[in-house]
Design a protein around this ligand. Sequence first.
Ligand SMILES: Cc1ncc(COP(=O)(O)O)c(C=O)c1O
Length: 569
Amino acid sequence: MTAPPLDLSHHLSYATKNKKPSSVKGLYKYFQTPGIANLAGGLPHASYFPYDTLEAKAALPQRFESKDKKDAPFVRVTVPKESPTSDLTRKIDLTTALQYGTAQGYLPLTTFLRSFTRDHLHPNVPYVGGPEVLLTCGSTDGFAKAIEAFTNTWNPDRDWIQQREGVLCEEFAYMNAIQTVSPRGLNVVSVVMDGQGMLASGKGGLQDVLENWDFRRGRRPHLMYTVSTGQNPTGGTLSVERRKDIYALCQKYDVIIIEDEPYWNLQFPSAYEKTVHYRGSSSEPNLYTKNYNAEGKSSGYAYLDSLVPSYLSIDIEGRVVRLDTFSKTIAPGSRLGWITAQPAIIERLTRITEVSTQQPSGFVQSLIAEMIVGQPDDKSRKSSKHIASGWHMDGWVRWLEGLRAGYETRMQAMCTILEENKYLFHGSSEDHIDAWEVVDRMQMYEFIWPMGGMFVWVETRVDTHPLRSRYSPERLAQALWIHLAKKPHLCLVCPGSMFTATPMSAQKAYRYIRLSFAPMDADEVAPFTQRLVEGFRSFWLRKDLDGLGDEDAVDTLNSRSVNLLGNGC
Ligand SMILES: Cc1ncc(COP(=O)(O)O)c(C=O)c1O
């Protein structure tokens, strides 16, 4: 039985409740009415836009299957100045794309994404009518808007503690999100994780946090920020069963879930298989044994049916706000993404968009729309190896699956070397007759094969280091980071301290490093990882930490939430 989504307007911030539709934006939809005499808008005349076309050479979706990189199939993408079609959902041209538009986004792209989202990505959202979409300038922008919509700032000099709002998140979290929330004076409240992600029950799990909330800290959190697929930094993916448990708690305590999913299409079935192969069993369940849409509507694609579905698929009340981005599927510089949520929430977010970004850049939207959607029935372009009109839905899904294959191979290359070099065998045959009897087996690190995403979260086992009685674990972890960054290893890894949502998680995080298999060439993953494990080995063989006190580096590592890598990541 389905019902309409709940009215969750009591969660809206003061400013968001008061937002009125932009009076100018209300007129935009009339501007494109065929034959209308537009005497109203202050729109620059399209003939004065200096661009006559926008052209690019781009991949075809089957590029990943091509062995020969030089002969990889490509397509010429041309956004014309003016498309003759009167179908606005297919009219991709510079005259419309470079003009002011509506806050929902560029119609041809919004139409495609709405269909992708509702019919293929989340075909079984349970509430009546299903979700709506709103284009954003990427997930960072989507999150900032969601935070504006659902939170009021809190100022200790002005406001009562009872007014202080809070945001729940994983104990190791994507720092940009935390940095969006913290300066607003909100409580950042971390929930303990395991290999999958956020715990529903148990000590420090969601139930524990919500049930035993200490109201002296402020209001019980009414918002959750979560990355539930290929989590950054841990690489975990939540099973549907865990999602259901967490969702039930969010219903009970009236929490809105903001699900940030830049890595949803990078889910790795082989992580489970490899874990069992190397270790005999896995602490995490095998998430890839079924068709998740078997009991509802199919996505139309075996690949999409096989992926662990979003919280949206169990969102009977309409309390999930999902963030998607093209950053990991096309390019971060496109600054393009979309929000999916129940229509009333999308309506408020649209009001926020109207008076902030207005909509993503027309250059980007039209170029991506042209590549994916293409021109309607474009008979002038004969389909050939180099010229085709749009990838269409099939091509887009094929591209996503191809990306998954590419990153999964890299993940395997990195994790195989990590797996096979976890231990340092150390002994001396000079002092003893039978060297094997005295060989020490020291485990230098541990990790979970990532179930998705771009990262391996490695727990360094500094507690096994021969110098552990002379130096604190924190000092050893710092020294290891510097040792790895120095010659001859020259490996820059992300310190765990970059992902600590709260001071409590900082106490655990110093032991971790995050490795990414994404940024280097595919054939560099293995040699770089080999260099890294050699760095580990030589660190475990050190007799002292001389030369590893680089003050700048230590300061960097000590400062929580420092961003070594620029925005994003
Ligand atoms: C969890 C998470 N959210 C958001 C982003 C940034 O997304 P966007 O480029 O769409 O703003 C990243 C980038 O690494 C990320 O890991």
